[in-house]
Design a protein around this ligand. Structure first.
Ligand code: COA
Length: 165
C-alpha cells in the first residue's frame, strides 16, 4: 500500500476539511472554513494512502521565533499506528528548515506530545499573541487544554523578540 506524509494537493482540501469537521464537531480541534484552508494550505501536511487523505496537521507561524502545531487529526480508523507521530515529525522538520526556534500546541493529549519531545509549559509563558484564536473557540473562556512546547535546534532570538508591525 502506498502511504506518505507530504504537502497537500489543492484537490485534497475538501477531504482535509471533512476530517477537520468531524474532529471539530467532537470538540477536538477548532473548526476551519474552506476559504481559510485554501489561504493557509501551505501550513499543512497530510497523510495520504490508497484511500485518500487520512490525516493532517498544520504549522502556523506566529512570529519570528514561534509557531503553533494545530489542526492535527488522524482519521479514527487509522489511529494508533504512528501516523499522528509522523505528521508532527514532518512539521518539526519543516519548522527546523525555517529556523523556527520554538513550536507549541494546545492539547488535551499532552502524553502524545510528550513522546515527541514537547514539555508541558505554563501558558502564561507563551506570548499573548498566541491566544488570538481563543475568542472564537467554543470553549472560551473555560478552556481545558494544556500548553506544550518544544525548542528546536535553530538560531534563537532574544527572549520575547517580535517582528515590528
Ligand atoms: C491525536 C491524534 C492525532 C493521534 O494520532 P495517532 O495516529 O493515533 O497517534 P500515534 O499512533 O502516532 O501515537 C503516537 C504516540 O502517542 C501515543 N498516543 C496516541 N494517542 C494518545 C492519547 N490520546 N493519549 C496519550 N498518548 C497517546 C501513542 O501511544 C504513541 O506512543 P508510542 O509510540 O509510545 O506508542 C489522534 O488521536 C486524533 O486525530 N485525535 C482527534 C483529534 C485531536 O484530538 N487532535 C488534537 C490533538 S492537539
Amino acid at each position: 500500500m502506498m502511504d506518505e506524509v507530504r504537502k497537500p494537493r489543492l484537490t485534497e482540501v475538501v477531504a482535509m476539511k471533512a476530517l477537520l469537521d468531524e474532529a471539530s464537531a467532537a470538540g477536538q480541534v477548532l473548526p476551519r472554513q474552506l476559504p481559510e484552508l485554501y489561504e493557509n494550505v501551505r501550513d499543512f501536511h497530510v497523510y495520504a494512502d490508497d484511500s485518500g487523505v487520512g490525516g493532517l496537521v498544520a504549522l502556523h507561524i506566529d512570529m519570528v521565533d514561534l509557531a503553533e502545531v494545530r489542526s492535527l487529526v488522524v482519521r479514527p480508523d487509522l489511529r494508533g499506528r504512528g501516523i499522528g507521530q509522523r505528521l508532527v515529525e514532518a512539521v518539526l522538520a519543516e519548522a527546523s528548515d525555517l529556523h523556527i526556534a520554538r513550536v507549541y500546541a494546545f492539547t488535551r493529549m499532552p502524553a502524545f506530545f510528550n513522546t515527541l519531545g514537547f514539555a508541558v509549559v505554563d501558558r502564561a509563558e507563551l506570548p499573548y499573541k498566541v491566544y488570538k484564536d481563543c475568542q472564537r473557540c467554543p470553549l472560551y473562556p473555560n478552556c481545558d487544554e494544556i500548553a506544550v512546547a518544544r525548542w528546536l535546534d535553530a538560531p534563537k532570538t532574544a527572549e520575547g523578540m517580535e517582528v515590528p508591525t
